[in-house]
Write a protein that binds this ligand. Structure first.
Ligand code: GLN
Length: 534
């Protein structure tokens, strides 16, 4: 078994996750079984309770783990299925160590960062390797070298390399090489210093991946090689991509990164065949058609809050050789200016998931506009819930219909917690998380798109469609095209007299990949294309 550790230096947001995921793609295409793991040095137990402003999207795995969005890159770029073992925060490490301490497991010893915390971290790497039987485990350490909170992780991976033998472990440092305008040149000093910082801890990187906005010339590569003590070929250029993140694997392949990694780890493999990836990239960069899709959300200004949704839309585009032009629309803006002004002329509108009241009315107005003007609509989780609220208010004329998340006293709680629906107040209130089976109803649009009877989809929500309103909805043209296998929980709704109006209680965006676009996104883009060709 081989271990690759990816650290980051100088600044955050360097795309360590993408680098790790892209290396994973290349190694998989060399025939290796790869798994990826993320260590996050913050003290939160998981990002589940963190604000999107702080953390971006919470990415949910099959087993219900709420994780960092980098795990989304790992799943999209490789064929690995991740579980909670692929994600570790300092919070989890300390929680486990403290639990042991209370149980008396340390037999009266003083409990310390070294060796107790570091041992716990090392165990997690070993456990993952054993449970996945991967040829290569790629572990990404979040944060930036030099951060106090990251030290135990760095110490742990240093020790780990010693434990498994130096020929089985490889360190890759992702760093920043800025272009300084006034000097007219790229500067290597920050990289030198961040590598020096790593070496102080006892880690000497084998490869330095340099994020830059222009090519590294020979002189710069020589300098980094010399001062950072890596061979010339170990200086890898990772220039800002021109179009899409899916360019990164090919860029790293051109820099022969995977070749070097295999050489250093003594992995005898054929070169990666990336022709399918090239094909997919062509469709992303030079698609035959283009379509404008509106996304109506509450964190529209943030790059990362709806990451998987944006990715899944682009995958839906790939399926039709169609480029997606995203219109990011602030839900509150719709409340101010009206839906027509902001949504007119789009090929389709998507309302993603969310929590909290801000912007909810704008989402309802977006659903109404899409329903009335026959604009293709895809509602995810909260997006689906607000579409049903809209239907209840406008079509069923249930005044004051709402979700009890926003109006506890609503006379028509069409969306409510299951406990509230059954009259059991104050019970539970915990989230429904992770993959659950969805039974599809034969003859519906959803069943046709999936081409299946039962599918597994990932969930992250608390509120459900209120079953006492089902009959009324059905009478007026709403179809419940997917439910839990026992029929109790509504999973999918669609409208009969509409070219494409679909809402799902789950999050299909988490399972879409560039080479396997999710059926609902594929269908949504198809409908949008159809509308614009009319
Ligand atoms: N807030 C809603 C619920 O908890 C929707 C959640 C979501 O969109 N992820 O049910």
């Amino acid at each position: 078994m081989k271990y690759i550790f990816v650290t980051g230096g100088v600044i955050s947001s360097l795309g360590k996750g993408l680098t790790a995921a892209s290396l994973g793609t290349l190694l998989e295409n060399r025939g290796l079984k790869v798994t990826l793991q993320k260590f996050d040095p913050y003290l939160n137990v998981d990002p589940g309770t963190m604000s999107p402003f702080q953390h971006g999207e919470v990415y949910v795995l099959d087993d219900g783990a709420e994780t960092d969005l980098d795990l989304g890159h790992y799943e999209r770029f490789t064929s690995t299925k991740l579980t909670r073992h692929n994600s570790l925060t300092s919070g989890q490490v300390y929680a486990r160590v403290l639990e042991r301490e209370r149980r008396g497991d340390y037999l009266g010893k003083t409990v310390q960062v070294i060796p107790h915390v570091t041992d716990e971290i090392k165990t997690r790497i070993r456990e993952l390797a054993e449970s996945t039987k991967a040829d290569v485990v790629i572990t990404e350490i979040g944060g930036t070298t030099g951060d106090i909170e990251g030290l135990p992780f760095l110490e742990a991976i240093r020790e780990f390399a010693l434990d498994v033998g130096y020929s089985n472990a490889l360190f890759i440092h992702v760093t920043y090489v800025p272009f300084i305008k006034a000097a007219g040149e790229l500067k290597t000093k920050p990289t030198q210093q961040s590598v020096a910082k790593l070496r102080e801890i006892g880690i000497a990187p084998h490869l330095v991946v340099c994020r830059c906005d222009r090519p590294l010339n020979k002189e710069i590569r020589d300098k980094i090689s010399l001062f950072c003590n890596v061979p010339y070929e170990g200086v890898i250029e990772e220039k800002d991509v021109d179009h899409t993140i899916y360019e990164v694997p090919l860029m790293l392949q051109r820099e022969r990164m995977d070749e070097l990694v295999c050489q250093l780890l003594r992995l005898d493999t054929p070169p990666a065949n990336m022709s399918h990836w090239q094909d997919l990239l062509r469709k992303l960069i030079a698609p035959q058609k283009r379509i404008r899709i509106g996304v109506v959300g509450k964190y529209i200004g943030l790059q990362d809050a709806y990451k998987s949704v944006y990715e899944a839309l682009s995958h839906g585009g790939i399926a039709h050789d169609c480029g997606i032009e995203l219109e990011r629309i602030e839900a509150e803006q719709i409340e101010k200016e009206g839906a027509e002004k902001l949504l007119k002329g789009l090929g389709g509108v998507l309302v993603p998931g969310g929590f909290g009241e801000r912007g909810v009315q704008g989402k309802i107005l977006a659903a109404q506009y899409a329903r009335e003007s026959k604009l293709p609509f895809l509602g995810l989780c909260l997006g689906m819930q607000m579409a049903t609220v809209e239907f209840a208010r406008s079509v069923l004329e249930l005044e004051g219909a709402h979700s009890t998340e926003f109006d506890k006293a609503s006379p028509h709680p069409v969306i409510a917690m299951i406990e509230e629906q059954k009259g059991l107040m104050n019970v539970g209130g915990t989230m429904r998380l992770g993959a659950q089976p969805v039974q599809l109803q034969v003859g519906t649009k959803a069943a046709r798109l999936y081409g299946a009877f039962v599918v597994n989809e990932r969930h992250r929500h608390r509120y459900e469609f209120n079953n006492s309103y089902r009959a009324q909805f059905e009478q007026r043209g709403c179809i419940f095209s997917g439910t839990s296998p026992d029929g109790e929980l509504v999973e999918l709704v669609e409208l009969r007299d509409h070219p494409f109006f679909l809402g799902c209680q789950f999050h299909p965006e988490f399972q879409s990949k560039p080479n396997a676009p999710h059926p609902l996104f594929r269908g949504f883009i198809a409908a949008a294309l159809q509308r614009s060709s009319l």
